[in-house]
Design a binder for this molecule. Structure first.
Ligand SMILES: *Cc1c(COP(=O)(O)O)cnc(C)c1O
Length: 365
């Protein structure tokens, strides 16, 4: 179906095309000059000591878990409310994901519920910085220290998001930012792995490139895989990172307009903005009454919405973990009531006003 207003359109144009043309002209398509440039831009932007490229956020998490030594017999604590990749990446290492509920204010992992889930098999905690706000890292780091656990941050949605001034993904032992087509900035598919730890970096570097320190040699000191990207993707990434300030400004302005227009609608609530994080609206999220009906109503008027994540403990693929459906009340509540309104740079104010008028119409005010 063609929407009058789609959920999201990436903010790409002539800058990306110019960079892509440069790559084609050099005839060097795998990691090259743009990849190096992109890595350096990410280092400057995030302050991470080490940055590695990965094919996407999912495999970036998988690579990070392997680099931390997570494997069969281990458990990794993951919030119940997140994209499937946070947990599937754990499963593919042979380890078991253990779910924890989230906070109703911001839908990030609830640090107060982590300790009761720790066992002798727990190896790591994976906070996920969800919907453009940082998880509360200080208590998580404290618990990790107490039980000698690793912290891997899923900052897939966290580009430009800081926890008390530190960029998400650089606070724990290792972290991942995704640049999938619907993330804050994009390279189509792609991700970076961030770490300040020299040993973890060395291990990740070997694993990502066939177990060898650099390409061009066929002697492999370790066993690895291929997590490399292309210079085409990084050419797009370089153009995107330069647009970030503009992207952030536009998305915040759109979000504020939604907030202003919908503040009088009592059937709608926005998530809370926490004092320890800045906010880069990843979606224009609202918690609503009669979610399904509203989605259908907006759909009939050409407006594409998106539902929130389906709680991990209820995923058919995780039935073997034997959680009960009513465990994790906040995560269940978020799914039952949450939806994302369109938010992207080229969205016009009139379009937002149209969406808000349809929502008001639906609730009869
Ligand atoms: C997008 C996303 C991922 C996966 O990233 P891909 O690049 O799409 O593989 C992982 N975790 C979260 C929270 C995400 O939003």
């Amino acid at each position: 179906m063609k929407y009058r207003i789609p959920q999201l359109i990436p903010y790409v144009g002539k800058e990306e095309v110019e960079n892509l043309k440069k790559v084609i002209d050099t005839k060097w398509l795998t990691e090259g000059a743009f990849s190096e440039k992109f890595v350096n831009l990410i280092k400057d932007f995030t302050g991470a000591k080490h940055v590695l490229l990965a094919n996407n956020g999912t495999l970036g998490l998988f690579l990070s878990l392997l680099s931390l030594g997570v494997g069969p017999g281990d458990e990794v604590i993951v919030p119940d409310f997140t994209f499937i990749a946070s947990a599937s990446s754990v499963v593919f290492t042979g380890a078991k994901p253990v779910f924890v509920d989230v906070k109703k204010e911001d839908l990030n992992i609830d640090p107060d519920q982590i300790e009761s889930k720790i066992t002798s098999r727990t190896k790591a905690i994976m906070p996920v910085h969800i919907y453009g706000q940082a998880a509360d890292m200080e208590p998580i780091l404290k618990i990790a220290k107490k039980y000698n656990l690793k912290v891997i941050e899923d900052a897939a949605q966290g580009f430009g998001v800081y926890y008390k001034g530190r960029h998400t993904g650089t606070i724990g032992d290792i972290g991942v930012i995704s640049f999938f087509a619907d993330k804050t900035i994009t390279m189509g598919e792609g991700a970076v792995v961030l770490t300040n730890d020299d040993k973890i970096f060395e291990k990740a570097r070997l694993i990502r490139n066939q177990g060898r320190p650099s390409s061009g040699t066929f002697i492999h000191p370790a066993l690895g895989m291929n997590f490399r990207v292309t210079d085409l993707q990084c050419a797009v990434g370089v153009a995107q990172i330069r647009k970030f300030d503009e992207i952030k400004k536009l998305k915040i302005a759109h979000y504020q307009l939604y907030k202003r227009e919908l503040s009088s609608v009592k059937q709608i609530k926005f998530l809370q903005e926490m004092e320890y994080s800045n906010f880069v609206p990843f979606r224009a999220n609202i918690l609503v009454q009669r979610k399904k009906e509203l989605i259908n109503y907006l759909e009939r008027h050409g407006i594409q919405t998106r539902e929130f994540f389906y709680p991990l403990h209820r995923q058919p693929c995780f039935s073997y973990l034997k959680y009960k459906k009513d465990e994790f009340p906040v995560s269940n509540f978020a799914f039952a009531h949450g939806l994302s309104l369109p938010v992207f740079c080229d969205l016009r104010d009139e379009e937002i006003l149209y969406i808000c008028s349809k929502i008001k119409e639906f609730y009869g005010n």
